[in-house]
Design a protein around this ligand. Sequence first.
Ligand SMILES: *[C@@H]1O[C@H](CO)[C@@H](O)[C@H](O)[C@H]1NC(C)=O
Ligand SMILES: *[C@@H]1O[C@H](CO)[C@@H](O)[C@H](O)[C@H]1NC(C)=O
Ligand SMILES: *[C@@H]1O[C@H](CO)[C@@H](O)[C@H](O)[C@H]1NC(C)=O
Ligand SMILES: *[C@@H]1O[C@H](CO)[C@@H](O)[C@H](O)[C@H]1NC(C)=O
Length: 242
Amino acid sequence: MRLHVLSLLALCACVSWAAVISPHHMWSKLILTHHWPNTFCSMEHCHPNISYWTLHGLWPDKGMDCNSSWHFNPSLIEDLLPDMNKSWPDLRNRSSVSFWKYEWHKHGTCAAKAESLNSQHKYFSKALELYHKLDLSSVLVKFGITPSDKYYPFSQVEGAIENVYGFKPKIQCVHSSKGGDFQSLGQIEICFDSDFTLMDCEKQSAKETFAKTGWDHFRGAKKASGFSVCDPDIPVYYPPLP
Ligand SMILES: *[C@@H]1O[C@H](CO)[C@@H](O)[C@H](O)[C@H]1NC(C)=O
Ligand SMILES: *[C@@H]1O[C@H](CO)[C@@H](O)[C@H](O)[C@H]1NC(C)=O
Ligand SMILES: *[C@@H]1O[C@H](CO)[C@@H](O)[C@H](O)[C@H]1NC(C)=O
Ligand SMILES: *[C@@H]1O[C@H](CO)[C@@H](O)[C@H](O)[C@H]1NC(C)=O
């Protein structure tokens, strides 16, 4: 029953999104999404052996699959590949090329409506640049938030990020009711305006979160929809590598 309601909500979201997508509607916000590999891999088949926040995507707030004839071509970003491999890996696959292709088609072709991102090289290099500038992993360490067996108050995690960047992130968790209520830190979004200046992200309702994560995961969408906005009243688990 619950599943039916959720798929209905997702469907409604699709319909309203479709109405928004039009070549005349430029996006106004970019969302840089990070994953904590160990949490992501608690839902997916993967063994990343990665102990830093990885780049997952650079998503404009409007539009998806904006130009299906603009094919991804990794030779255009050859100089970026060593960094892409490290910073933007497909956590489920040794080769990340099909993941990058997916992100380009779904989000990059829409981001490319802005002159500042109107090539594959501009899109991928800007995402990497923003990711390195933010340096999320170090920010958390600086505030004493490191992967460990202890739990952190949610406000401490959110506070650290807000303190450094000066803007509100959107922080998502994987929730578990097994063995008591707890949530694992999994996805952190940082938002930029069209001039790549930091801005607040909005917390979305559960409905929107479902629709968005359901869409934004490459394969295995159902499993990956386990991310939702962290509950501020429940301590956060930041799982270390096994
Ligand atoms: C994981 O990475 C560490 C450090 O790079 C390395 O020493 C270790 O052998 C790796 N483990 C596996 C299972 O790949
Ligand atoms: C879509 O991409 C192709 C290939 O790069 C390009 O020639 C075409 O102008 C693009 N169409 C739009 C509407 O941007
Ligand atoms: C990126 O990683 C893949 C898979 O591990 C590897 O085959 C490729 O040589 C790497 N490319 C660069 C430029 O590091
Ligand atoms: C892993 O990547 C390869 C090369 O891009 C691709 O052919 C394959 O389908 C991918 N596997 C999965 C499970 O996505």
